[in-house]
Design a protein around this ligand. Structure first.
Ligand SMILES: [Zn+2]
Length: 118
């Protein structure tokens, strides 16, 4: 875009070589460059925001995949943002070696209990 403007300016100068034409077209060129610089700054800001959001989303996905791969949900609020914070023998099937996982919900702090396969 900038190169096109310079080429047009050069063509105009070749056709109508005068100081007045040069001044007018340089002013136009400055306006266009200033507009492009503002648009570029806006787009860079948007790109930075999008990148930050993507990183946050990826870290949440990684956390869920590591901490709660089965997609278990909090008994209190339904969130899947759970971290395993312990385990205990299943009160009914302890003799069979079956355990329960204690999962603490990050958003609400509730501890949910899930029977897990041995
Ligand atoms: Zn919860």
């Amino acid at each position: 875009m900038l190169e096109t403007l310079f080429n047009k300016l050069e063509a105009l100068l070749n056709e109508h070589a005068s100081a007045a034409v040069l001044r007018d077209h340089l002013a136009l060129l400055r306006e266009r460059v200033a507009l492009l610089e503002r648009q570029n700054a806006d787009l860079r800001f948007q790109a930075d925001q999008a990148q930050a959001q993507a990183q946050e989303s990826q870290s949440r996905l990684d956390r869920f995949a590591n901490d709660n791969p089965g997609g278990l949900r909090c008994d209190a609020c339904g969130s899947v943002d759970l971290a395993r914070t312990g385990s205990r023998a299943d009160p009914t099937f302890a003799a069979l070696g079956i355990k329960q996982a204690l999962m603490t919900c990050r958003p609400c702090g509730h501890v949910s209990v899930f029977t897990i396969d041995p």
